[in-house]
Design a protein around this ligand. Structure first.
Ligand SMILES: N[C@@H](CCC(=O)N[C@@H](CS)C(=O)NCC(=O)O)C(=O)O
Length: 199
């Protein structure tokens, strides 16, 4: 399976961490999301990473679909729990962590795509508030990390790792229970350190 990725993408990191947990091997093929000539856009009309080319040559996106597919390949119910209550809790956690990353990406892209004088403070505040509310919600429900990691844990770990990378770890100060959860998660997931984003 080939994973089209950017090495700093937290969504692509979800896929790498899941594959490592499930004992699956991925061929990593960097994609340039800004290059109209990159084959990524013919593989995924949205031109986003992660995009997975399966062993059968089919193309899957986005990260949550790819994680569900990897879980299926591994026999099922390894990172997506079977029991309904646990299953929907894990999927909800993944959605909240993904949404927190989406908000962070929009903040980052404001700086990347618009000159400083055209930044829209109201928009940046709108996105930052989403991140703050999601972090507060995770803090409120944080308990020590307990294996096995679910898709929700993987997404949350990748979101927090990316906040460290892009926003200097500012989230840590007000979220001590989440910091403790994160430390437990990092130790339990060998593929996590290996996929750490580097500038
Ligand atoms: N919902 C998507 C989000 C993926 C995403 O936003 N990827 C970013 C990189 S972190 C991207 O490809 N951006 C390029 C673009 O938007 O054109 C997922 O879960 O995979």
């Amino acid at each position: 399976m080939q994973l089209r990725l950017s090495p700093t993408s937290p969504f692509a990191r979800k896929v790498r961490v899941a594959a490592a947990l499930l004992g699956q091997t991925l061929e990593l093929e960097p994609a340039d999301t800004l290059n109209p000539g990159d084959t990524l856009r013919s593989q995924n009309p949205l031109g986003k990473v992660p995009t997975l080319v399966t062993a059968d040559g089919e193309v899957l996106f986005d990260s949550s679909v790819i994680l569900a597919y990897l879980d299926h390949l591994a026999g099922g119910h390894r990172i997506v729990p079977a029991e309904p209550k646990a299953r929907f809790a894990a999927l909800r956690k993944e959605a909240l962590a993904d949404g927190m990353m989406d908000a962070g990406i929009l903040v980052l892209y404001e700086a990347r795509f618009r000159p400083q004088e055209k930044h829209e403070p109201k928009w940046l505040e709108h996105q930052s508030q989403k991140m703050a509310r999601a972090l507060a919600a995770f803090e409120a429900e944080a308990a020590p990390f307990a294996a096995p990691a679910t898709v929700g844990d993987i997404a949350l770990g990748c979101a927090l790792g990316w906040f460290d990378f892009r926003f200097g770890g500012a989230w840590r100060a007000d979220h001590p229970r989440l910091v403790a959860w994160y430390e437990g998660f990092v130790q339990a997931c060998p593929g996590f350190e290996a996929s750490k984003p580097v500038a």
